[in-house]
Structures are given as structure tokens and as C-alpha cells.
Design a protein around this ligand. Structure first.
Ligand SMILES: [Zn+2]
Ligand SMILES: [Zn+2]
Length: 125
């Protein structure tokens, strides 16, 4: 599995990407910024080193949601796709739902649990 190529893309197919190997980490993010960007009560990510990622079709549109933070989306269909932050300069974080097989990436952690909507309960450890 470690050398597998994981493919993904946006809802309309204008943006496609490949990520090589296992992600460095997977996690839910409960922060309010991710919630606003996605419209979903919680986000879930797979983090990759940028050198292991290539965009095979189209390109990300970028919204700089705060200093040093770039949120990538499809400019055609609006799908939320990526997060890049100055705190992780070599990494790109994909929203799990952008992968063709999100079942490959069970989230193993929870970021910003203090911002979790109180009615949402997840079993991630
Ligand atoms: Zn699209
Ligand atoms: Zn977040």
C-alpha cells in the first residue's frame, strides 16, 4: 500500500490530482474556518509532502483565509480541495472527500477539538 498512487479531484472533474504513498497523517479538523470554507460541520484531511503530489488536470484556485493560509478550491464547481499553511511549509493537506477512495484514509486525530459543534460525536482516537 505504501507505494500506491491515490487519485482524486473536484466534483466537476476540472481539477484532478495524484498523491503517492500513504499520507503523513490523517485528522478531522473542527476549526470554525474549515467549517465556513466547506459548509460541513467538520472537515477531514490527509496530509502529504508536496513533493509526493501532482496536479494532473487543471489547477487550484486559492483563497487566502488568513496570513500564511491558502485554501484551494475548484474555480468551476467550487469544491473545497486543499489547505496549505505556513506552519507546514512542505505539506499540502487534502480534504478527504476529494479523494476517489476516501475509505482509504480513516481520520486518526482531531484538531481544534475545542471548536467542535457540541452535537457532533466522532469515534476517532
Ligand atoms: Zn470542479
Ligand atoms: Zn480547520
Amino acid at each position: 500500500m505504501t507505494n500506491a498512487v491515490h487519485t482524486g479531484g473536484c466534483l466537476c472533474g476540472a481539477v484532478r490530482f495524484e498523491a503517492k504513498g500513504d499520507p503523513k497523517w490523517t485528522a478531522y479538523c473542527h476549526c470554525n474556518s474549515c467549517r465556513k470554507h466547506t459548509g460541513a460541520p467538520v472537515s477531514a484531511y490527509a496530509g502529504y509532502e508536496r513533493e509526493n503530489v501532482s496536479f494532473t488536470k487543471g489547477a487550484l484556485a486559492i483563497y487566502a483565509s488568513s496570513a500564511g493560509v491558502k485554501r484551494g478550491f475548484c474555480s468551476v464547481c467550487g469544491s473545497t480541495l486543499t489547505y496549505e499553511g505556513a506552519r507546514w511549509p512542505t505539506e499540502i493537506h487534502f480534504h478527504l472527500g476529494a479523494f476517489d477512495k476516501p475509505q482509504d484514509f480513516p481520520p486518526k486525530g482531531q484538531a481544534f477539538p475545542e471548536e467542535r459543534v457540541p452535537w457532533l460525536h466522532l469515534s476517532a482516537n
